[in-house]
Design a binder for this molecule. Structure first.
Ligand code: HEM
Length: 467
């Protein structure tokens, strides 16, 4: 068609806007560009690849919702997919690939409400470990939160017990998430724009990316291969604990089928570890900043639990659920969700969107739009309390991604977060160390959380004060 591309910065002839891409919080820049250029969508080029950013609810709904058939692809990342060996993962595989459906089916079963109920004892045990850690070394709360996320998902995926805070799976998870962010950074790897470069031999002077890629590949493989083989050895020895992997593995399984199990279980870890950590850290920080919200949530928890919060309690805490929604709105875990790719030429709002363009939903912009969420930079769970004011859209429509790529971990992540939040607030009051004004800052990456500042955890029950 003759329609123009969506508006946006045009940048330089050869590299496009590569040098204008911000190093931190790109979602804020994209929202700003959106406002500067007007229109619901924005477009820019880096070398030879186009990105279209969707800055509004309507655009996300119209394209990712109504046209999900052609908007559920993933942009090909040669650095991450091919050089780092992640092409087969559910996060990267095209939606048209038969494996995508198979992965999603397995994950939906393993993360559905029925399966999640069977994980309850494990989740309660791990919440207990988290609390004990916070009692003994409260200043290391971040470490305890990371340990909890890794331990929960390693149990679910592999039946693997995380022993202590130095277990390599905790640090590797954090590292893997960082590696993913670096390897997927737009404009950073020329091979993403000229894939022929992947054939350069590793020893070549300009082939730093290949040496870096193979190092990252080993770290990322560690996450999937080691625990998978560990489950196999446990099964062979007859000592395995039931897990996502052990339930799917069969003796004499075809190589392809086993590979599917391995990648699916690897996705559990990749999807869960860093996301739930980010949400929990932001929650702790926000509680320290909002004592009245905290008190109200504690009163609700105290009113329904006769002791330590149990898994069965979590959906009986409507205010806590409103707090979680507001944490996720105020500090979205994935501000740009994950990029999609449009697989056919399309038109929208008088603009042309060419097949192959990367489509980025600006979840941050949507959740901080003053028309949808009045006073958007105010943290206020009442937005989601029935009857407390005009209803505001549930951020759950945006924070979990879109279309055929919507996060398969929702039914698992939400109750796990609620249980941990309830446990933390039941046992502690969180306060700031200093009365000085705190400027809330965020980390940058595929996932993001509020940057920790000094906090204090005061035990709420006398027996805890003594221990
Ligand atoms: C606070 C917690 C979480 C948040 C905010 C979150 C958010 C997201 C988002 C935004 C996407 C991208 C969707 C898209 O491309 O449109 C995604 C994908 C995914 N998430 Fe989550 N997630 C969370 C927890 C989890 C957990 C606990 C698991 C697994 C146990 C998980 C597994 C996955 C997988 C496998 C995908 C890839 C889906 C695909 O490409 O088809 N996530 N998640």
């Amino acid at each position: 068609t003759n329609l123009p591309l969506p508006p946006g910065p045009r940048g330089k002839l050869f590299s496009g806007v590569k040098d204008q891409l911000p190093k931190s919080e790109p979602w804020k820049t994209y929202a700003q560009w959106g406002a500067n250029y007007g229109g619901p969508i924005l477009c820019f080029r880096v070398y030879n690849r186009l990105t279209v950013v969707l800055n509004t609810r309507a655009a996300v709904h119209d394209l990712f919702g109504s046209r999900a058939d052609i908007y559920s692809g993933r942009p090909m990342s040669w650095m991450y997919g091919v050089i780092c060996g992640r092409a087969n993962s559910i996060f990267n595989i095209p939606a048209s690939h038969p494996r995508h459906k198979i992965y999603r089916r397995l994950l939906q079963r393993g993360l559905g409400p029925e399966a999640v109920k069977t994980y309850a004892p494990n989740l309660e045990d791990e919440a207990g470990v988290l609390i004990r850690g916070m009692q003994h070394t409260p200043e290391q709360y971040e470490k305890h939160i990371r340990r909890n996320a890794a331990a929960v998902i390693m149990k679910v995926a592999f039946g693997y017990p995380i022993s202590d805070e130095d277990d390599p799976f905790i640090s590797v998870a954090e590292q893997a998430s960082k590696i993913s962010g670096w390897a997927l950074a737009p404009g950073r790897w020329l091979v993403d724009y000229w894939p022929i470069l992947r054939f350069i031999p590793s020893w070549f002077p300009f082939a730093h990316f290949k040496r870096q890629g193979s190092e990252w590949r080993s770290t990322l493989n560690f996450l999937s291969d080691i625990p998978h083989n560990w489950v196999k050895s446990q099964i062979a020895a007859g000592t395995n604990i039931p897990s996502f992997t052990s339930q799917l593995l069969r003796p004499e399984m075809a190589e392809e089928a086993e590979d599917i199990v391995k990648w699916s279980a690897g996705a559990l870890y990749a999807g869960a570890a860093d996301t739930t950590v980010s949400a929990t850290i932001s929650f702790v920080m926000l509680m320290a900043l909002h004592p009245a919200v905290q008190k109200r949530a504690q009163a609700e928890i105290d009113s329904i639990t006769s002791g330590i919060p149990q898994f069965a309690d979590v959906y009986r805490l409507p205010y806590l659920l409103a707090v979680l929604k507001e944490v996720m709105r105020y500090a979205p875990v994935a501000n740009l969700a994950l990029p999609h790719q449009v697989t056919q030429d399309d038109t929208y709002a008088g603009y042309r969107i060419p097949a192959g363009a990367t489509i980025v939903p600006n979840v941050y912009a949507i959740l901080h739009d003053a028309e949808t969420y009045p006073d958007p930079f105010l943290f206020d769970p009442d937005r989601f309390v029935a009857g407390a004011g005009p209803a505001q859209p549930d951020p759950g429509k945006y924070i979990w991604g879109f279309g055929r790529r919507t996060c398969p971990g929702i039914r698992f992540a939400e109750p796990v977060l609620l249980l941990n939040m309830a446990s933390i607030l039941y046992h502690f009051t969180i306060s700031r160390n200093s009365k000085a004004h705190v400027v809330v800052e965020f980390t940058t990456g595929i996932t993001s959380h509020i940057k920790p500042f000094g906090i204090h955890l005061t035990p709420r029950h006398c027996e805890e004060m003594k221990s």
